[in-house]
Design a binder for this molecule. Structure first.
Ligand SMILES: *Cc1c(COP(=O)(O)O)cnc(C)c1O
Length: 213
């Protein structure tokens, strides 16, 4: 099942778009099946769950963090992940910079743009992101690009508008900041739309693993 799903998605993804398998709430045997099928990038959204899964999976897995990250949980997450996709406040950005400096461990991050209608969603405004990108870079933090989640709706036009907003912002800075090359948009319901709007990375859970348990 998982192997077939992965193969189908990989066949449909344009080359150059990285597939992140969102394994949150899935048991280890699901992750292991995906690993056996060749998947190497996995994403988790809760520090505790990440901490439990990292030692149980092979060492060449690349872990991404995609959930809301509290600053008192940094040491459970930052040593183990190659990318924090969900940086959503200046407070968190500064805490990561300070952890990275103290531990001499540079951290790659994406800035999360608040997209979509849901007020509950996390993320910066466009203005805030432009202000961060316009300032002196933080030591020990590499801002690799942007992440966003479109409005949760069947209305493709609304999703398309959301992706256009983040695409515009991404293309404005791509090539002007060293290493700023990643646009992480698109999940199970909407990734085909995301790849039409410059996605370089999609985050897919349900379409690979089935419903979360
Ligand atoms: C859970 C989650 C996903 C994956 O969602 P699916 O609909 O299961 O593909 C992607 N991105 C983020 C930030 C998530 O929290």
């Amino acid at each position: 099942m998982i192997t077939d799903n992965l193969n189908r998605i990989k066949a449909e993804l344009p080359s150059g778009v990285e597939l992140v398998a969102v394994s949150k709430f899935h048991p280890l045997d699901h992750l292991k099946e995906a690993y056996a099928a060749g998947q190497r990038i996995f994403a988790e959204s809760r520090p505790q769950e990440l901490a439990a899964k990292v030692p149980a999976m092979p060492a060449d897995v690349q872990w991404h963090f995609i959930g809301h990250l509290q600053t008192n949980k940094l040491k459970m997450v930052l040593p183990y992940v190659s990318l924090v996709q969900s940086v959503d406040s200046i407070h968190l950005l500064e805490a990561i910079a300070s952890w990275a400096g103290a531990n001499n461990h540079p951290v790659d991050i994406l800035l999360e743009l608040h997209l979509g209608a849901e007020a509950s969603k996390q993320g910066f405004t466009e203005k805030e992101i432009e202000s961060i990108l316009g300032k002196e870079p933080y030591n020990n933090i590499r801002i690799r690009g942007l992440m966003g989640m479109a409005t949760n709706t069947e209305d493709e036009e609304v999703v398309e508008k959301d992706f256009q907003r983040i695409e515009r912002l991404f293309l404005k800075y791509k090539g002007t900041i060293p290493g700023f090359d990643t646009l992480s948009i698109g999940m199970s319901g909407d990734w085909p739309i995301a790849v039409k709007h410059s996605a370089t990375m999609v985050r897919i859970g349900t379409d690979i693993f089935g419903p979360r348990v």
